[in-house]
Design a protein around this ligand. Structure first.
Ligand SMILES: [Zn+2]
Length: 52
């Protein structure tokens, strides 16, 4: 878990903000976790677009 996961879980971060944060934190995260965060973002984006 990194800051992005934590904030996403709390829904304090929108998927768009999460993607920007991931771009900034990419170098500090290992590749496996980047894939994990990307999966979470994709899920959050899907949830987001299903809202009215
Ligand atoms: Zn994380």
């Amino acid at each position: 878990m990194c800051l992005i996961c934590v904030e996403l879980a709390k829904q304090k971060l929108t998927p768009a903000e999460g993607r920007r944060a991931l771009g900034e934190m990419r170098v500090a995260l290992d590749r496996e976790h980047i894939a994990e965060v990307e999966a979470k973002l994709a899920e959050a984006e899907r949830d987001d677009s299903s809202k009215p």
